[in-house]
Design a protein around this ligand. Structure first.
Ligand code: 9PG
Length: 535
């Protein structure tokens, strides 16, 4: 396939959109664009309209594999996974989007142009094809979603469940008795799923109930189902920590680079993470059995997390493009789970997950904190937990709505243990309504009667939603404006930059991260004890 050189002028005669085939292509622009739309690789990565100047390298770099596409983490010129767009002087938007996997878009400033590049060989229909669309933002992105749907598949007709999830109140500080009390306390609030998050397992890789769940995972699912709801469970099937039995027993199942060194999948839970090579037949067989076991325990809603690990660059057992390998692995996962279970993909590379999951997280984690100046300004990292980060990327990924249920993460209703203002909580609740995906982690024990009432109203609401512009929405007769949330802080300069660099260095030291984790764990334990005292 050839390299194409195109000019926007030559396109403007043509229809507003056209599909071209090329392994790489370059589209000259009439002038330097005003803004660039960058689309981060996986759920947590940044999706935003930014100006066209280079952005600082995100820190700490140790976390690149879990927060960005590590292949482009050091590329400072504006670049984007699969699809990029520019805003021109006449307010029109020009979109260049890959219709297959393993493709990237970059903005070149010398001779203003937008370039697309495919990385590796053909795998599925649509690869090597690009959509070029020119017009208003809504139209060009709708066109892109439409073409992707034809090639990668679209969402099922299932209705969106309303979910209670354990993560955003107690994090890993959960145990059997606390969860039982919460499930009882939720009473007849109209949730469809009660989802147990991280904290139940022996370790990442060793997916059995830990000592805090002495009755086992089966009994926990039974308890949930006895309340008339579906049981949901969090799992991170494609990663393992280095101390896990799985990793120590089968180091050959994990992804390595061309020189045989293990590929880092990031750092979390105070440990290094490694990625399962899903093209290894034994690893795949283990995955399949594992998924069947979880279904057998009685869980019908699965939040499969840290899925990006399946698409990291490396040398696989079967030599194939990384995103194609991921998609093949996901097909197996989907089959093992069964079509009748609900599959939420999280921390997942966006395009390769389409058509295979029911719902997709489209932004970073929310938090009971609006923004952390350390991350936003010093580390210039907009992928870390924080409500502003979550809203920003989510709004910029709403174009995915025709393709998959879009999960903006949970909304908050309580004041207890939460630092968001009333306005910020309202904005997050409205985001959930815009996404048509309702979830919360609020604890019944923390709710005042008024808060419980507002949660009930939220769960029962079915407003008519209309997008009026990029950031402004109408929900029934209410106008909701996200505009002030979406901008990015100015990149650090001078002393702030030096500060950021030192902090970034510290963030790469596993010892520092381990200490931070200890402190976090201690604070969580205290939170859990306060809750226990309350009962
Ligand atoms: C459980 C959590 C919750 C949450 C997920 C995921 O370091 N990181 O970049 C990072 C990002 C997200 C994250 C954890 C770490 O959270 O999104 O809902 O399930 O895992 O551990």
């Amino acid at each position: 396939m050839q390299t194409l050189d195109l000019k926007l002028d030559s396109l403007s005669q043509a229809p507003d959109a056209q599909i071209v085939s090329a392994s790489s292509l370059s589209l000259s622009l009439p002038e330097a664009p005003r803004r660039f739309f960058r689309h981060g690789w996986q759920s947590w990565s940044l999706a935003a309209w930014t100006d066209v100047t280079p952005l600082p390298i995100q820190r700490p770099t140790l976390l690149h594999p879990m927060q960005s596409d590590p292949l482009y983490a050091y590329e400072t010129s504006p670049n984007s996974s699969w699809v990029g767009a520019v805003e021109l002087e006449d307010d029109s938007i020009l979109l260049l989007g890959a219709l297959g996997l393993d493709a990237h878009v970059t903005l070149k400033s010398d001779r203003p142009s937008i370039a697309g590049q495919r990385l590796q060989g053909q795998y599925e229909a649509g690869e090597g094809e690009w959509l070029i669309a020119h017009g208003d933002e809504t139209t060009v992105f709708a066109h892109y979603a439409d073409e992707l749907g034809k090639r990668l598949g679209k969402k099922s007709n299932q209705s969106t469940p309303r979910i209670w999830c354990s993560w955003y109140s107690l994090y890993t500080a959960i145990d059997e008795s606390i969860l039982h009390r919460i499930f009882d306390g939720l009473g007849d609030l109209p949730f469809d799923v009660l989802q147990v998050d991280d904290g139940w397992q022996v370790s990442i890789g060793d997916w059995e109930a830990n000592a805090k769940f002495p009755s086992g995972m089966n009994a926990l699912a039974e308890k949930i189902k006895s309340t008339g709801r579906k049981a949901g469970l969090w799992l991170a099937p494609l990663i393992a920590v280095e101390s896990s039995r799985l990793f120590r027993k089968h180091p050959d199942w994990f992804l390595r680079d061309g020189r045989g060194r293990l590929v880092s999948a990031g750092f979390n839970w105070g440990e290094r993470l490694y990625a399962l090579d899903t093209t290894h037949p034994d690893a795949l067989e283990w995955l399949t059995q594992f998924m069947k076991q979880v279904r057998g325990w009685g869980y019908d809603y699965l939040k499969l997390d840290f899925l990006y690990a399946g698409a990291l660059p490396g040398k696989r057992h079967v030599d194939m493009p990384r995103e194609a390998a991921y998609r093949e692995g996901l097909k197996h996962l989907r089959q093992a789970i069964g079509a009748d279970a609900f599959f939420l993909a999280c921390g997942a590379p966006i395009l390769p997950s389409l058509g295979l999951c029911d719902a997709l997280r489209i932004g970073p984690d929310v938090a009971g904190q609006w923004e952390y100046p350390r991350d936003a300004n010093l580390l210039y990292n907009h992928t870390t937990p924080g409500t502003r980060n979550a809203i920003r990327s989510t709004i910029n990924r709403l174009w995915l709505q025709p393709l998959v249920m879009t999960d903006p993460d949970v909304a908050y209703f309580v004041e207890h243990e939460n630092f968001l203002s009333e306005e910020q909580k309202q904005l997050l609740q409205d985001l959930a309504l815009v996404c048509n995906f309702k979830a919360t982690s609020d604890l019944p024990q923390w709710m005042t009667p008024v808060e419980r009432e507002s949660l009930l109203r939220f769960l029962n609401a079915t407003p008519q939603m209309k997008r009026l512009s990029h950031a402004i929405f109408q929900l029934d007769d209410r106008i909701v404006d996200f505009a002030t949330v979406l901008s990015l802080p100015k990149p650090p300069t001078g002393a702030t930059r030096l500060w950021g660099a030192s902090l970034g260095w510290l963030g790469n030291q596993s010892l520092a991260l381990k200490i931070l984790k200890r402190l976090d764990d201690r604070a969580l334990k205290q939170r859990m004890n306060r809750l226990k005292d309350k009962n």
